[in-house]
Design a binder for this molecule. Sequence first.
Ligand code: MG
Length: 405
Amino acid sequence: MKIKKIETVCKSHLLMLRIHTDSGIIGCGETYYAPSSVAAMIHDWMSDYLIGQSALDIERHWRFFYERFINFGGRGAEIRAISALDVALWDIFGQSVGMPVWQLLGGRTRQELPTYNSAGGTGYSPLSVSESDSKGKEKLLWPGYGSRGYEGPLEDNWSSVHRPVEYAKELIDSGYKGMKMWLLDPLAHQSSGPLYLNYNDIKSALKPLFDIREAVGYDIELMLDGHGFFKWPAAMRIAECMREIKPLWMEDVLRVDNIELLKQFRDEAQVPIAISEMYTTRDDFRKVLEGQAADYIMIDPTWVGGISETRRITEMAIPYNIPVTMHDCTGPFTLLSGIHVGIACNNVVFQESVRAHLQVVYNDLIDQKIEVDNGNFLPPERPGIGAAWLADYFSESEETYRVSQ
Ligand SMILES: [Mg+2]
């Protein structure tokens, strides 16, 4: 079965990808962030190698690209391009043998994968990451700068600040065991915010967590994401205030490019630490694990090299007794990739998900509803990755559509 055609579409920060084979099977993949640079990698460079090759030699293609790109510092658009292609090739493999990807990875280690809800919303999603500037021009936002949204059903970023207790109770009632918030982003974006935080400001930003603890005790796990914004003194004050909350973890409070400092932070924070979806290679995670810099490692499947590398990093963490938590807030195939690896490997403690994305945003992108069952994802039954992009996106009339064949 040979690769015949590769198509991409850029939607906001999302790169949507399809690989066509000469047998008629179409595989779907994605990655997130600066998508036109990834599309350029694929169409200007990688497709020349891939077209005409076997679609089932997933590992050969992965190694070919990785071993060349890493020589040019390829931890950015290059590894995201490999990720999107890898997911689509696993999808093709699964469809070709009529089995879901978790089966191809060795089968189920569990009947369900727990998820926690992250405080996104319809306005904090892969398709809604822009806002109008003062002149009315659409401006792309940076990750960690998303809108709080507005009051309404599934507007959990708004609810996490303005009605945290009702929001927590809603999640508990629907079976969720955990919830994650990014309450500190506004503090980080104020002048000097990453450098210095006043205790009053921290306490007031974290008040929703204290309110939830007071109302429901430990009936739900709480996580806090700092999006990598803070310097050491501000981070230490945040940690000090978080101890009383007893969070499941505190995530990316410091920027992640100094592993020695992250190890020191884990030693001194006295709060469990998760790092980081911002790492994009297996070697980054090796350093974290060997340096004992984290209590949990957080993997984004479409930033680290797709299903192939996500599986390898998840397995690598086992001898260190460090559980993996899978990132999503970015797109449906990132989520599905994490679910397949999490079903096949018993070292994944939680898969991240966002209610508004599952129930609204992703339904405008793919042909399969992804459901949460009492706080868990069940093993997808459909052959392959378990969904396909809606075909209408892949049309010459889409401004960002590119095709290689
Ligand atoms: Mg995060």
